[in-house]
Design a protein around this ligand. Sequence first.
Ligand SMILES: O=C(O)CCC(=O)C(=O)O
Length: 286
Amino acid sequence: MTGSLAPDQAARYERDGLLFPLRAFAEAEALGLVARVADVERRFGDRYPVKPLLKTYPIYLLPFVATLMRRPAIVDAVESILGPDIMVWAAEFFIKEPNSPKFVSWHQDLTYWGLSDAAEVTAWVALSDVTVANGCMRMLPGSHAGGIVPHRDTFAPDNILSRGQEIADAVDESRAVNITLRPGEMSLHHGRMFHASGPNTTDARRVGFVVRYIAPSMRQTVGARDYATLVQGEDRFGHFVTPPPPTEEFAPDMVELVRKIAADTTSYLYATADQTGQRDAVKTGM
Ligand SMILES: O=C(O)CCC(=O)C(=O)O
């Protein structure tokens, strides 16, 4: 396999379903991005529900995000796992506000995405310092090796996940690893990895830049249409619609496009939801 991971790192990823810490950005750049995200919120917050949009569709609204997801330090590591042809299915800013009770319950990412296979890897890049106290992710090494286990929806108010989904059976947390990261470091995790994260008990924001990379052979099996952007190599399948990259911040036509994408993706993200009333507001706030 090509890419930047050393053979022992690639073997560890295959065995554990996770790998960290790897350097994605310099520390100063990562901290600068925390400020940049806050600046976007300040400038557009009176016109758009910026926070949910940063959580769901920043790659279509902010040119700098469309650039960040192509950074060789990230994509080259992903290449060692997915091979040379790589698309971005989604990217999001995962923010936990200071002293926030918001948490993420134990779940497996691929449970609700309607994708045909497991050729997916998440790069979770810490922009701020990410610690146990501010709600780092916790993962269960090796849990990716089984299938998708049953989940149930809770729609718990403090759960950040779109439907408050959680693994239905008890998770053996005694084996969990805390994914603590310095600004600019990243972890990689498999789409079937059992993972969760706790509240932010500190006075500072916890900010993660999270990119979901897939192989172009993946397909949407539940929704009618799905979206992804080629960031390296070739797409020999054409399974995804590729929107144009954003050329300016929050361009009105791209905001419209995001509304359409949100409507399309809601059909698979909530296809089996126990409650459906909160859908659109939960996803984009629009
Ligand atoms: O950022 C978090 O706390 C959780 C992120 C997560 O669940 C994911 O990236 O799959």
